[in-house]
Design a protein around this ligand. Structure first.
Ligand code: DX5
Ligand code: ZN
Length: 220
């Protein structure tokens, strides 16, 4: 399976978003991760479809991956689709019908993904595995960048990998060289990193290092 590295725009310099989008696009990373927070599902507000649109305008060929930390993601699928989202992730803990929303996302020609919070058991996503293109296992409580990786989430990755050997499994939260290796060993093949990548002097080198280290340990 392909190892993918995704810088999270949440950790960018918001005074220089254009420059940081270009930097991420030129880093060799596979996609841009865009965190949407509604101040209800999580205790924080981030940004909306206009920033997704901006990333499309600035770097049209850089894949746009949208993580909806929203109580009602179902009300916002069209705005994010119109803004250029190419993967949309919805939390299983959201207040909507997950079967319905995954099929709506796919009908828009967008990759559909389900997200699990740290305290949500892996089994909760088993009924949706055939209806999604990717599963995101959160490795921090969503809402803020810069938090510490929760190691107790690792067995969930392995449980999902055993059940779905060829599914894309992503981790998000507290990812650095060390924790990306733990997640890759557990079976994850996609890695979101915000503060770790944006604080690097050479993002390109960090992406290449993370990719080759994860490729070396990833077990499918
Ligand atoms: C957390 C977000 C993450 C965040 C990760 O709620 O979903 O994508 O940007 O940030 P770091 O990598 O700094 O933990
Ligand atoms: Zn995220």
């Amino acid at each position: 399976m392909k190892i993918q590295i995704l810088p999270s725009l949440l950790a960018a310099d918001f005074g220089n978003l254009r420059g940081d989008i270009l930097k991420a696009a030129a880093s060799g990373a596979d996609a841009l991760h865009l965190d949407i927070m509604d101040a209800h599902f999580v205790p924080n507000l981030s940004f909306g479809p206009d920033i997704v649109k901006l990333s499309r305008a600035v770097a049209p060929d850089f894949f746009r991956h949208v993580h909806l930390m929203m109580t009602r993601p179902d009300l916002y699928l069209e705005p994010f689709s119109n803004a250029g989202a190419q993967t949309i992730q919805v939390h299983i803990e959201a207040d909507c019908n997950i079967h319905t929303e995954l099929s709506r996302i796919r009908a828009m020609g967008i990759r559909a993904a389900v997200v699990l919070n740290p305290e949500t058991p892996a089994e909760r996503i088993f009924p949706y595995l055939k209806e999604c293109d990717e599963v995101l296992v959160m490795t921090v409580r969503p809402g803020y960048g810069g938090q510490k990786f929760i190691e107790e989430c690792l067995p969930k990755i392995t449980a999902i990998r055993n059940r779905a050997p060829s599914l894309d499994i992503m981790v998000d939260g507290g990812i650095n060289y060390e924790t990306s290796l733990l997640a890759a060993k557990a079976g994850a093949n996609m890695f979101v990193a915000g503060s770790f990548l944006f604080k690097q002097e050479d993002m390109k080198l960090a992406v290449a290092n993370m990719r080759s280290a994860c490729e070396a340990v990833f077990k499918n």
